[in-house]
Design a protein around this ligand. Structure first.
Ligand SMILES: C[S@@+](CC[C@H](N)C(=O)[O-])C[C@H]1O[C@@H](n2cnc3c(N)ncnc32)[C@H](O)[C@@H]1O
Length: 248
């Protein structure tokens, strides 16, 4: 309760700019981030537990992403290649790959990791933050879906550095994230759910990777700051995602 009140009063663009400047934004998100509070609920599907609604238009977009990712992986990887899922939740996407590839998933949420281990015993599930993790191997593909919003601005460069460090030469990144939907999102008004401008993400990624494709995930539109034509009334929903494919 005290945490919630603290967050409510401090999560605004002025305080957040200072936290980012002082590199205290990670402390804030690590301590108060919403993903820590998600608990396994047997009545919910893994998709709902990961924070997505179970309504037709969201399901349609999520199914489309599964299809895009399966196509991407099967097109570029060979059987038994190594895959890493960053922020894997309970393994909603890993279940597409665990028969044909060596799969690793990492997530900070203990309940999700435990559920994943139970459902997909041949996946190497790791409990921890990708930002701190040392992996003993490299990967032919890394994907990361609906997680960048929880990576604080001071850690964005580290995020892409680590992706690059753990990709094999020629390896690929598939990154799906919610972009800024209005001008005010560019000033970091919410450190619990950060809607980055595509140009900020592209600048950070291109320090380490070659960008192959970067566009609205479902209709291919491109914008650099915020989406001028978001789905609905600019709602924070999966349908408004942006997709980056990058290569080491
Ligand atoms: C919205 S859920 C998405 C789960 C899954 N990728 C999917 O699309 O179904 C975001 C997940 O990212 C995880 N997460 C957030 N920050 C993380 C970090 N630094 N390292 C690893 N996982 C993280 C959360 O625990 C949560 O399970």
């Amino acid at each position: 309760m005290i945490n919630k009140l603290f967050f409510f009063f401090t999560n605004n663009r002025f305080v957040n700019s200072i936290l980012i400047f002082l590199k205290l934004d990670r402390w804030m998100t690590d301590k108060f981030g919403i993903y820590k509070r998600i608990r396994i609920n047997k009545k919910l599907s893994p998709q709902e537990m990961a924070g997505f609604s179970n309504v037709p238009h969201i399901n349609e977009a999520i199914n489309k992403t599964h299809t895009q990712l399966i196509y991407f992986i099967n097109e570029h990887l060979r059987k038994n290649d190594e895959i890493l899922d960053i922020g894997c939740g309970a393994g909603a996407y890993l279940k597409n790959f665990n028969e044909d590839y060596f799969c690793t998933g990492i997530d900070v949420n203990k309940d999700m990791i435990e559920r994943g281990k139970k459902d997909l015993p041949n996946v190497n599930f790791i409990l921890g933050s990708f930002l701190d993790q040392h992996f003993s191997k490299k990967f032919h593909a890394i994907y990361c879906i609906s997680v960048l919003e929880f990576i604080p601005p001071s850690q964005l460069d580290l995020f892409f550095k680590k992706v690059s460090d753990y990709l094999e030469e020629g390896g690929l990144l598939f990154l799906h994230y919610p972009p800024a939907l209005k001008k005010s999102d560019l000033y970091y008004p919410d450190l619990y759910y950060i809607e980055y401008a595509p140009k900020v993400v592209e600048n950070a990624a291109s320090n380490y990777l070659q960008i192959v494709k970067h566009e609205q995930a479902f209709n291919g539109r491109k914008f650099s700051e915020y989406d001028p034509k978001p789905y609905g009334k600019g709602e924070r929903i999966f349908t408004n995602a942006y997709l980056m494919i990058a290569k080491k």
